[in-house]
Design a protein around this ligand. Structure first.
Ligand SMILES: Cc1ncc(COP(=O)(O)O)c(C=O)c1O
Length: 360
């Protein structure tokens, strides 16, 4: 979590490398490339091995690897959702989910943040899909797992993007795994807690074979490089074993510690979205933090709703508690000087309803 910006040493507090694994240098001996799409000649044994071990962890029959989470959501949502299906999408869903739904040309109802869909079970061939993140990337809050379970029990279909949760819970699982819940399709990314790159969708074998033949960003793209696959296999062994347990304990300790130093009641995740409000002030405070050796990014619209520019602070297993103490002190004094009361942006701002109705 320590690196240099313009030659000056800083402590990074904006990465998604929650377990502090991304810097590790591994000696990997592997062919460089897959040589083609997985459907042509790029389907290698290591791809299938990693897919099997991810599926086993999540509790599904199968899983499909993609080179990135963005590419995955762009391909999988249009492959799974039929035009006539009902789709419910959380107002603060990530851009890749929004773009995937646009490509699916589905009738989308945008839900208020963390609200659950009306109980409309899938009828005949018309499915009722709920699309949500589990830990929200820009707000760091959690989706309602009880409501998700109910949606599945009512016959609904559930698509959960666990990008920011996967790896943080028992044995390297996500939030749903922690609650023993297996959705219709679960997305995990491998560039955040797993410290590498890439993503997977875990589902039944029928759904996975449909994805392998229908998701255009899978079909028409070169298979993931075997070098990355080998890195992912190594990361799986580390994240799911005793080292992962120890790193998870450290990141949750860091999250609780920073919460306490900032005077917050709890830390639902390692993500602390500190609301500043206007863009210029958010940039000015981030600059002042950088001068003091803290690298934090100001996140502004359109990534977050208008008027909710924020410092998205993240902690990791790589942070020592003394650094977090010093950071909290600097942050609180800069906020004080700017006369901004400390507030955490959990679900703040008006929802983006641009997806509502039949997609354009
Ligand atoms: C919820 C969510 N889904 C998908 C992605 C995209 O994942 P990737 O970085 O692997 O493209 C992100 C990235 O931050 C994300 O936050």
């Amino acid at each position: 979590m320590r690196y240099r910006i313009n030659g000056r040493p800083v402590v990074g507090l904006c990465s998604n490398d929650y377990l502090g694994l991304a810097d590790e240098v591994l000696a990997i001996h592997s062919p460089a490339g897959a040589g083609g799409s997985r459907l042509i000649c790029g389907d290698l044994e290591p791809h299938r091995d990693v897919e099997r071990s991810l599926a086993t962890l999540v509790g599904t029959d199968d899983a499909v690897l993609f080179p990135s989470g963005y590419q995955l959501n762009l391909g999988v949502l249009p492959a799974l959702i039929e035009h006539e299906d009902l789709v419910w999408s959380d107002a603060l869903n990530h851009a890749s989910l929004i773009d995937g739904l646009r490509l699916a040309r589905a009738r989308v109802s945008v839900l208020d943040h963390r609200a659950s869909p009306a109980p409309t079970a899938s009828v005949g061939d018309v499915a009722s899909w709920w699309i949500t993140e589990s830990i929200f990337s820009m707000d760091g809050d959690l989706a309602d797992v009880v409501a998700m379970r109910r949606h599945l029990e009512d016959g609904g279909a559930l698509y959960v993007d666990e990008a920011h949760a996967f790896g943080l819970y028992s044995h390297g699982r996500g939030l749903l795994g922690e609650h023993g819940l297996v959705p219709t399709a679960m997305v995990g990314t491998l560039g955040k807690s797993y410290g590498v790159a890439g993503a997977f969708v875990a589902a039944s074998s029928g759904v996975c074979s449909w994805i392998r033949s229908r998701a255009r960003s899978f079909v028409f793209s070169t298979g993931m490089s075997p070098v990355l696959v080998a890195q992912i296999a190594a990361a799986i062994a580390r994240v799911q074993g005793a080292e992962g347990d120890e790193r998870r304990a450290r990141v949750w300790l860091a999250a609780r510690h920073l919460a306490q130093r900032l005077g917050l009641d709890s830390a639902p995740s390692p993500i602390f979205p500190i609301v500043i409000g206007d863009n210029a002030t958010a940039v000015a405070i981030a600059d002042a933090l950088l001068e003091r050796g803290w690298h934090v990014q100001p996140i502004r619209p359109p990534t977050v709703p208008d008027g909710t520019a924020r410092l998205r602070v993240t902690v990791s297993a790589g942070h020592d508690l003394a650094s977090l103490d010093a950071f909290a002190q600097d942050l609180l004094s800069l906020l004080d000087r700017a006369e901004i009361p400390l507030a955490i942006a959990r679900g703040l701002g008006s929802p983006d309803r641009s997806l509502e109705g039949p997609a354009r």
